[in-house]
Design a protein around this ligand. Structure first.
Ligand code: AKG
Ligand code: FE2
Length: 363
């Protein structure tokens, strides 16, 4: 604002939508102040084809014409036209002669700067809070009761991803909170990868995403196929009772897995296989994609082989005890951390990617 108003903070409030068809006009008027601090009006005209409908302003024997139809037409790219004026300026809209003129009007208010500074931002960034995720993960790993013998951290995906029938997405396509969890892990020197959780009749099996089951053939048991052919591991969920199964008899690993964010069904797909019983039958099983990473036991979290060891090893030119680099960057200053710090949807706030736009006023 010019003159004495220079530097003032302006609050913009959507007032109404006007749609002018052929013959429509708005006779000359001043805008009614809606509160003491209101000083002006803002008009935004959309680039819908129309003729006529110029906004004519008059003040102090002077006249200005804001011909939105001509202005938007003159632009090569589809553009809005806008004008702001003091509300006590007389203004009118001349008759529209063809097409439709669509305009939003806003009321402009001076805002007390100090008060304004205390208000929450109206447009909060929707990016997930990576620092919080990292702190929660770090706190969990510093907790001796959390996966004391080591295991896997798992995170359900919050977004959907395009997939063809026989491919799983690459980690580089992760979006929003999924990407934030991935980055937060990396900041803790963890290197998660994509896995699929298959639910068989009696157990859940974690399978590296690149080994997903496609047209496998099995003699007797789907769990055996997943563990033997797909390098799967039977999951014993951290905090849950042991899976009720006989696989202890087999030579398969049963892993402890803690869900950092719950497994979702946003990315469920179907794997087909042939089951050979007394006759061969086509069968299928559903898998849910997730992020997971192996971590070591309490006190030696870095023993998980999926930690990013390379950079650590690069920094220690001559030493050979690569697996015991626990003194570096341990991120675990906090003590008495609660287990639940990491168990519930740390990424919930970014669901939906809200936009703080004014468009909802158009109806
Ligand atoms: O549509 C316009 O350009 C102006 C509308 C207007 O003056 C008003 O809504 O008060
Ligand atoms: Fe007006």
């Amino acid at each position: 604002m010019d003159g004495a108003d220079d530097g003032k903070v302006i609050r913009v409030e959507l007032y109404k939508l006007n749609v002018y068809g052929k013959g429509s006009f708005f006779k000359s008027h001043k805008d009614t102040p809606r509160g003491e601090a209101m000083f002006g009006s803002l008009v935004v005209v959309f680039p819908t084809a129309h003729e006529g409908g110029a906004l004519v302003l008059q003040h102090d024997n002077k006249e200005w014409t804001f011909d939105s139809a001509a202005l938007t037409k003159a632009e090569e790219e589809s553009s809005i036209a806008y004008i702001a004026f003091y509300s006590d300026v007389d203004h009118e809209v001349t008759p529209v002669t063809s097409g439709h003129r669509v305009a939003l009007t806003y009321n402009l208010f001076f805002e007390d700067k100090k008060l304004y500074a205390k208000l929450p931002m109206s447009v909060e960034p929707v990016a997930p809070d990576e620092d919080r995720i990292e702190a929660a993960l770090s706190a969990a790993l510093a907790n001796p009761d959390f996966l004391p013998q080591g295991g896997y951290l798992g995170s359900g995906l919050s977004f959907k991803y395009p997939i063809s029938q026989y491919s799983t997405p690459s980690i580089t396509v992760l979006k929003g909170s999924d990407a934030a969890i991935h980055r937060a892990c990396q900041r803790l020197s963890l290197k998660p990868s994509l896995y699929v959780v298959y639910d068989t009749d009696d157990v859940s099996v974690l399978v590296p995403a690149q080994n997903t089951l496609h047209n496998g053939e099995l003699e007797n048991d789907i769990t055996v196929l997943l563990c033997e052919e797909c390098d799967g591991r039977i999951i014993h969920e951290f905090g849950a009772s042991k899976p009720n199964c006989d696989y202890d008899d087999f030579d398969y690993d049963i892993i402890r897995l803690a869900w950092v964010t719950p497994l979702t069904q946003y990315f469920t797909f179907q794997s087909d296989y042939i089951a050979h019983g007394n006759e061969a039958t086509a069968a299928y099983i559903y898998g849910d994609l997730c992020l997971a990473v192996k971590v070591g036991p309490y006190g030696d979290r870095r023993a998980g082989y999926e930690y990013v060891m390379d950079s650590i090893l690069e920094n220690r030119s001559s030493e050979e005890d690569g697996d015991n680099s626990g003194e570096e960057n341990d991120d675990t200053a906090e003590e008495d951390v609660e287990e639940e710090a990491v168990t519930e949807g740390d990424s919930a706030e970014d669901d939906g990617e809200q936009t703080a736009q004014e468009e909802h006023g158009v109806h």
